[in-house]
Each structure stands twice: as structure tokens, then as C-alpha cells.
Write a protein that binds this ligand. Structure first.
Ligand code: AP5
Ligand code: MG
Length: 186
């Protein structure tokens, strides 16, 4: 099963991904986690990415595509994967489609986790990641609305989009996602 998770900052993509990869035996591919690991390791990509992440802006598409292409080629991705926080721009989505078409491994579903903005601020205020201060959260939301929300129409037109209400307890949201994904699991 190959799944994409789309949702604003704090929607619960990472939280749900952790549980879903256990249930469906998938690789968890979070570009945010990969970029933070690169930053902490002090690599060139990490240094370049940090400037964008600390401002709440998206990292350039070419940097992201290089990271993802390398990661998708690893053996654990053959059994399926959950893409968390990627793609985030139409250019990334098109590049992913081209890459997957070549491998003849199309996506099975795109899940939008929908959560109201007030709730996002509450959730992120309680976490404390470097980019979780209110000014940066606001900028991350702007980037989401401008650059990532257009993907919802893009995937709806392909018949792949599933909208899931992300409000409620972690367990409640998990149950809603599994109702959508269970029929797709082999
Ligand atoms: P990324 O790491 O992807 O961050 P994000 O999209 O802003 O989202 P978060 O990770 O903050 O939220 P989440 O939806 O995973 O929620 P979580 O489960 O943690 O990206 C960071 C940056 O990297 C970007 O700004 C950009 O610069 C760069 N980047 C990454 N990918 C990129 C790409 N493809 N292209 C370009 N740039 C890219 O939950 C949040 C909090 O809420 C937690 O404390 C959690 O415990 C809590 N919570 C979760 N679920 C619930 C619930 N149901 N009820 C109550 N609390 C809950
Ligand atoms: Mg996350």
C-alpha cells in the first residue's frame, strides 16, 4: 500500500503515521523528520534546509526530490510506504507521479487530515519543536494554504483523495483512517 498524508502543521500526520505503519507494515517517510535529521547531522542539505524551516517556509523542491528519490529506492519501500508531509507542492506531486509511473507503482490513496486552525495552535503550543513558536506556525499555515492545499484538487481529480476528520482523540482519528485504508490493504 502506498499512501500520502496531507494536512496542516499539527494535524496529527506524524502521530497517526506511527500507528498506521505498525498496523499495515509500511515504511514511514516523513520529509520533515529527514530534514531535521540532516540538520542535526550538520550535512550540506541540512544546513540549506534549516534556513527555510526556521522561517516556516517550504524547502526548495529540488532538495526535497533528491532526498525522496534516494529514500524510495531503499528496499524497505518495496512493501509499501506512508508519505508524511510529502508532496507539498504541485511540482513535487508531478515529480512523484513521474517517478512512480516509471516504477509502475502508483499511489493507492491520499488522505487529508482536516483540523480547524485554532486547534492546530493549541496542539503545537504544547509540543515545543524549534519551529513551533506562533510566528513560525503562522508562516507554516500560510505555506500550507498557498502551496499545499492545491494538491487536494489535484488528487481529487485523480480519484485518490479521502478526507478524514482529524478532530477528536488520537484513537478516534486512527479508527477513521483505518476505515478508509482497510479496504486497500492486501
Ligand atoms: P513537517 O515536519 O512535515 O511539519 P508540519 O507539516 O508543519 O507538521 P507537524 O509535523 O508539525 O505536524 P503533524 O501533522 O505531523 O502533527 P503531529 O502528529 O506532530 O515539516 C517541517 C518543515 O520542514 C516545513 O515547514 C518545511 O520547511 C520542511 N518540509 C518538510 N517537508 C517538506 C516538503 N515536502 N517540501 C518542502 N519543505 C518541507 O501532532 C502535533 C501535536 O499534536 C503533537 O504534540 C501531538 O502529540 C498532538 N496531537 C496529535 N494528534 C492529536 C489529537 N488527535 N488530539 C490532540 N493532540 C494531538
Ligand atoms: Mg509531523
Amino acid at each position: 500500500m502506498r499512501i500520502v498524508f496531507i494536512g496542516p502543521p499539527g494535524a496529527g500526520k506524524g502521530t497517526q503515521a506511527e500507528r498506521l505503519i505498525e498496523k499495515y507494515k509500511l515504511a514511514h517517510l516523513s520529509t520533515g523528520d529527514m530534514l531535521r535529521a540532516a540538520r542535526d547531522a550538520g550535512t550540506e542539505i541540512g544546513k540549506k534546509a534549516e534556513a527555510f524551516m526556521s522561517r516556516g517556509e517550504l524547502v526548495p523542491d529540488d532538495v526535497i526530490m533528491a532526498i525522496i528519490a534516494e529514500r524510495l529506492a531503499e528496499p524497505d519501500c518495496r512493501g509499501g510506504y506512508l508519505l508524511d508531509g510529502f508532496p507539498r507542492t504541485i511540482a513535487q506531486a508531478e515529480a512523484l507521479d513521474a517517478m512512480l509511473a516509471k516504477k509502475t507503482t502508483p499511489l493507492d490513496a491520499v488522505v487529508e487530515l482536516r483540523v480547524a486552525e485554532e486547534e492546530l495552535f493549541n496542539r503545537l503550543a504544547g509540543r515545543g519543536r524549534a519551529d513551533d513558536n506562533p510566528d513560525v506556525i503562522r508562516q507554516r499555515l500560510v505555506a500550507y494554504r498557498r502551496q499545499t492545499e492545491p494538491l487536494l484538487d489535484y488528487y481529487a481529480e485523480k480519484g485518490l483523495l479521502e478526507v478524514v476528520d482529524g478532530l477528536g482523540t488520537v484513537e478516534e482519528v486512527f479508527d477513521r483512517v483505518t476505515v478508509v485504508l482497510d479496504p486497500l490493504a492486501e
